[in-house]
Design a binder for this molecule. Structure first.
Ligand code: S3P
Length: 442
């Protein structure tokens, strides 16, 4: 590249917050393990605060020191990441909470925590905000009931009431590929006598399996099936270091692709193969992305590395239902990428997007159509047509969903007109300080 071209290139280093899924699991498992766990680089976003408060409410002592990175200073956030000490109470050490545990907007906590509560001999009520109170819970209530827990979810949604008891191991075939369902059953399996196994149509993210092993319990995986033997006891591994969240990085990966003369460097991002679908999909679309994976010194833990992305000429492709599973949270930002890709992009198997924090098919299609995109929705698939042209400014809504909000804010950077996005506080669910980082790209 000539000197002049290099001078024109805008290079940005963006610090991505820690992984939300791994942060939840680290707090959950450390709480019921024997011994103290230090969790370094724990995400301090609204959802994780909900998980921490739930365990504090059941008698676990958790101390967190928040750190605000230089990029996030002045965002008004108490902290984006923290260093936590979790004093585990052991498998049977949780105490009955004095009141219902309020989990805010966190679907992951609402679906994973019951796995542990099913093994306790007290009753707990779990509540959430208006959006969480509409999300389907039969998917976990059914297997937990089969294992012997008493679980009430009137209308199949939160609030949930769980009375744990003596659990029996089950072999469960989940109809949906869901890490939340799988994790819930595996955690209940820790309390059940015998081998509990879960199989799913396509393998979903495997953070729970890895974390269970890190806490000293065997968890075998064979294709789409995983199993463990209970009753089991978790033991603290000492220290856990959480990598950056690839789902949060995805917004800047796409920004790097669609902004002209741009290079974005993202360091220490989680590269678990069950999560890197977004990179594979974007590369197939023609994205200029390079990945340097570091070798982890901790066996069984999460792979991580650096991602470098440069302005790219994207083209339309067909994305299969299997690919969607490995990029389930990135489909909104991939839909935006499709609007900048030449030709037609088809995405199949998007049914699960309808039951996220909002119906993401509806929120994204409505917003993208408002800014001039041509999108057809048919059954469980959608098609973005004539990408790469005619996008314009408009007023759109987050629909209370963090990933819809962030996708539309990235769109605003890349088009000529102005996109005004209303309802931005939901971003704090996973990515406090996002707006400040966005300013760096302006
Ligand atoms: C998550 C699993 C996914 C994902 C969610 C986090 C997890 O949900 O969408 O944001 O941490 O297990 P499903 O398991 O419902 O697909």
């Amino acid at each position: 590249m000539s000197r002049k071209a290099i001078q024109l290139l805008k290079v940005h280093k963006i610090e991505i917050p820690p992984d939300k899924s791994i942060s939840h699991r680290a707090v959950i498992l450390a709480s019921i393990a024997k011994g103290t766990t230090r969790i370094k680089n724990l995400l301090m976003a609204d959802d994780i605060r909900g998980t921490i408060e739930a365990f504090k409410g059941m008698g676990v002592s958790i101390g967190v020191k928040c750190k605000v990175s230089p990029y996030h200073r002045g965002t008004g956030q108490a902290g984006v990441k923290g260093d936590a000490m979790v004093h585990g109470v052991g498998m049977r050490g949780l105490r009955e909470p004095r009141k219902a545990l309020y989990l805010g907007n966190s679907g992951t906590t609402m679906r994973i925590l019951p796995g542990i509560l099913a093994g306790q001999d007290f009753e707990v009520a779990l509540t959430g905000d208006a959006s969480l109170s509409k999300r389907p819970m039969e998917r976990i209530a059914k297997p937990l009931a089969q294992m012997g827990a008493k679980i009430v979810a009137s209308r199949g949604t939160p609030p949930l009431k769980i009375k744990g008891g003596k659990l029996k191991a089950i072999k469960y075939r989940s109809k949906i590929a869901s890490a939340q369902v799988k994790s819930c059953i595996l955690l209940a399996g820790l309390y059940a006598k015998g081998v509990t196994s879960v199989s799913e149509p396509t393998r979903s993210r495997d953070h729970s399996e890895r974390m269970i092993r890190l806490f000293g319990v065997r968890c075998k995986v064979k294709g789409v099936r995983c199993e463990l033997k209970g009753p089991a006891r978790l033991k603290s591994p000492g220290t856990i270091v959480i990598p950056g969240d690839i789902s949060s990085a995805a917004f800047f990966i796409v920004a790097g692709c669609i902004l002209p003369k741009t290079k974005i460097i993202l360091k220490n991002i989680g590269l678990n193969p069950t999560r890197t679908g977004v990179i594979d999909i974007l590369k197939r679309m023609g994205a200029d992305i390079s990945v340097k994976c570091q070798v982890s010194s901790v066996k069984e833990f999460e792979p991580a590395g650096d991602i470098i992305v440069r302005s790219s000429k994207l083209k339309g492709i067909t994305i299969s239902p299997k690919e969607v599973v490995a990029a389930i949270d990135e489909i909104p930002i991939i839909m935006l990428a499709a609007c900048f890709a030449k030709g037609t992009t088809t995405i199949r198997g998007i049914g699960e997007l309808r039951v996220k924090e909002t119906d993401r098919v509806r929120s994204m299609v409505t917003n993208l159509r408002k800014i001039g995109a041509q999108i057809e929705v048919k059954g469980e698939g959608l098609r973005v047509k004539k990408g790469g042209r005619g996008l314009r400014g408009a007023q759109v809504s987050s629909y209370g969903d963090h990933r819809t909000a962030m996708s539309m804010l990235i769109a605003n950077l890349a088009i000529k007109g102005k996109i005004k996005v209303t309802g931005l506080s939901c971003i704090n669910k996973s990515f406090p300080g996002f707006l400040k980082l966005l300013n760096k790209l302006n």
